[in-house]
Design a protein around this ligand. Structure first.
Ligand code: PLP
Length: 403
C-alpha cells in the first residue's frame, strides 16, 4: 500500500458500471430533442435514466430536472424558487439558509441579496453543526409572510452532520414556505427518499457517488414555482435549457441506482472503517478533537447523526494546509474541509459557525471514505499521522515565533 485516497467527499471514482454505460453511450449519436430515429433513441435513454433516478431517490420521474451538477442545481433552487415565489408575492424577500451550507447555496443566496433584493437570514447551528430548530421556529413565527424559501442541507460536507430536514419541512410548511435541501453528500450514504422527506426541492450530484463530474439533478415537485436560470431551448420543463448530456445522464442514473442499492452494506463497512480511523487517531494524537456529531452509531434503518464515511478532526497547534501537504507526501490524500475552498487560507465557515475558535479551526482535516476505501488505507493513515502532526506542530511553532 503506497497511497490512500481519503477524499471521497470531494469526488469519488466513477464506478465501473457507470463508466461502461458512459463509454457505450458516447459512441452513439442523437440529440434527445431531435425527432428522427437517432433522436428518439437518445430521448428513450434519457427517459429511462430519469425513471431510474426517480425510483432510486423516491421521486416521480417527472420531478427530476437534470442539471450539470450540484452547484447548478443549488443555484436553480435558490434563485429559481426566490424568483418564482416573488412573482406572486413581492413581499416575500427573505431567504433562510443554515450557516453551514455549502458555498453552492450560500453564494447564490448572497448574490440574490446584492442583485435581486433578497434578504438573507443565516440560521445558527449548535457545536455539532446541527441546525437550531428553535431559531427557525422563531424566525418563521415573526416573518413567515416575508419568507420566500428555506434551504437546509441534508448533510454537511465538512463535518458530516445530518440535519433535521423533516423537522425543517414540517415547520416551514406550517407557514406555507417551500424548502430545498442540498442532498449532495447524503444520497448513496443515507436513506434519501424525496417523497417521504416532504421537501419541495432537493439537489443531487453524480461525482460524489460514482457518476461522472458535471451530472446532477434538482428533484423538484411539479407544482413548485421555479423561474429558469438558464434560458434557451426550453428543455427540462423549461427550467433548464441546454442539450441533454445523454451519456452523462445514463452514467449518473446507473451510479445513483447502484449507490442506493449498495448503501446498507457499504454504510456499515465504511462506518466500521471510520470508527477504527477515529479511535486510532485519538489514541495516537490524544489532543486531536473530533468535530461534528460525537454519535457515530448507524441505526438498522440506515439513519445516523453523522455520515458513515466522515471523520473530521482538528489538531491543536497545526495548520491544516501543513498537515495536508505532509500527509500527501506520505501518500495520504485528504482535505482541510471543503475542496471547493482549497487554496483560500481562511478557516472554514462551518467550524466557525459551530463555535470552534479560529485558532483551532485552522488545524482541521477531513477524512472521507467511499466505495474503494480499505483497511490498508486506514492503516497507512494511522502509521504516518503521528509523525506528520509532530512536524506540522514544529512548523506552526516556528511560524508563530515560538522556537
Ligand atoms: C454539499 C455540497 N453541495 C454542492 C456541491 C457542489 O456540487 P458539484 O461539485 O456537483 O457542483 C458540493 C461539492 O463539493 C457539496 O459537497
Amino acid at each position: 500500500m503506497t497511497r490512500a485516497y481519503l477524499d471521497h467527499a470531494a469526488t469519488t471514482p466513477v464506478s465501473p458500471a457507470a463508466l461502461a454505460a458512459m463509454t457505450e453511450e458516447l459512441a452513439r449519436v442523437g440529440n434527445p430533442s431531435s425527432l428522427h430515429t437517432a433522436g428518439r433513441g437518445a430521448r428513450r435513454t434519457v427517459e429511462e435514466s430519469r425513471e431510474r433516478l426517480g425510483a432510486a431517490l423516491g421521486a416521480r420521474p417527472s420531478e427530476v430536472v437534470l442539471t450539470g451538477g450540484g452547484t447548478e442545481a443549488d443555484n436553480l433552487a435558490v434563485k429559481g424558487m426566490f424568483w418564482g415565489r416573488r412573482t406572486a408575492h413581492p413581499e416575500r424577500r427573505r431567504i433562510l439558509v443554515s450557516a453551514v451550507e455549502h458555498h453552492a447555496v450560500l453564494d447564490p443566496a448572497f448574490w440574490m441579496a446584492e442583485h435581486a433584493g433578497a434578504e438573507i437570514v443565516l440560521l445558527p447551528v449548535d457545536a455539532a453543526g446541527v441546525l437550531d430548530l428553535d431559531a427557525l421556529r422563531e424566525e418563521l413565527a415573526a416573518h413567515a409572510d416575508e419568507t420566500a424559501l428555506v434551504s437546509v442541507m441534508w448533510t454537511n460536507n465538512e463535518v458530516g452532520t445530518v440535519e433535521p430536514v423533516r423537522d425543517v419541512v414540517q415547520l416551514a410548511h406550517r407557514h406555507g414556505v417551500p424548502v430545498h435541501a442540498d442532498a449532495v453528500q447524503a444520497a448513496g450514504q443515507l436513506p434519501v427518499d424525496f417523497a417521504a422527506s416532504g421537501l419541495d426541492a432537493m439537489t443531487v450530484t453524480g461525482h460524489k457517488l460514482g457518476g461522472p463530474v458535471g451530472t446532477g439533478a434538482l428533484v423538484a415537485r411539479r407544482d413548485l414555482d421555479l423561474t429558469p436560470v438558464l434560458h434557451g431551448g426550453g428543455q427540462e420543463r423549461g427550467v433548464r435549457s441546454g442539450t441533454l448530456d445523454v451519456a452523462g445522464i445514463r452514467a449518473f442514473s446507473v451510479a445513483v441506482e447502484d449507490a442506493v442499492a449498495a448503501r446498507p452494506e457499504r454504510a456499515l463497512r465504511l462506518a466500521a472503517l471510520r470508527d477504527r480511523l477515529v479511535a486510532g487517531v485519538l489514541e495516537r494524537v490524544p489532543d486531536a478533537v473530533l468535530r461534528g456529531p460525537a454519535d457515530l452509531s448507524l441505526a438498522a434503518d440506515g439513519t445516523a447523526a453523522r455520515l458513515p464515511g466522515n471523520a473530521h478532526l482538528t489538531f491543536p497547534g497545526c495548520e491544516g494546509d501543513s498537515l495536508l501537504y505532509l500527509l500527501d507526501s506520505a501518500g495520504v490524500e485528504v482535505s482541510t474541509g471543503s475542496a471547493c475552498q482549497a487554496g483560500v487560507p481562511r478557516p472554514s465557515h462551518v467550524l466557525l459557525a459551530m463555535g470552534v475558535p479560529e485558532r483551532d479551526a485552522r488545524g482541521a482535516l477531513r477524512f472521507s471514505l467511499g466505495a474503494t476505501s480499505t483497511d490498508e488505507e486506514v492503516d497507512l493513515v494511522l502509521d504516518v499521522l503521528p509523525g506528520v502532526v509532530e512536524r506540522a506542530r514544529a512548523a506552526g511553532l516556528v511560524s508563530a515565533g515560538g522556537l
